[in-house]
Write a protein that binds this ligand. Structure first.
Ligand SMILES: [Zn+2]
Length: 105
């Protein structure tokens, strides 16, 4: 089943890129957890919302780092500034995972 993917993972640059993308997603989940867990927000069933206007976020609002950059760090609905710590956490996780992918596993 995974045999067609093996050549991809033998190339260090592609492996690092795939790990980086995976790490961005992990970072995004971690930022959601760190926000939701202390506030007792259901992290499985509750959709992502703006912390200021409570507007439900669409898939395009949730692309790690990219969405924050495209929207200039502001909510698309109310214009409230989104702290840079969210994309920085995503980016840090992406870089750590990318480094792990670059070094091999
Ligand atoms: Zn908002």
């Amino acid at each position: 089943m995974f045999e067609p993917l093996i050549p991809l993972f033998s190339n260090p640059a592609i492996r690092a890129g795939l790990f980086f993308a995976f790490g961005l997603c992990i970072g995004s989940f971690l930022t959601a957890f760190t926000y939701r867990i202390p506030r007792n927000i259901d992290w499985v069933r509750e959709p992502s919302r703006c912390t200021s206007c409570r507007a439900r976020l669409a898939a395009l609002d949730l692309v790690p780092v990219f969405s924050w950059l495209v929207m200039h760090g502001k909510c698309r609905h109310c214009g409230t500034k989104i702290p840079a710590r969210y994309p920085l956490m995503e980016l840090a996780c992406g870089l750590v995972f990318g480094l792990i992918g670059c070094l091999g596993f």
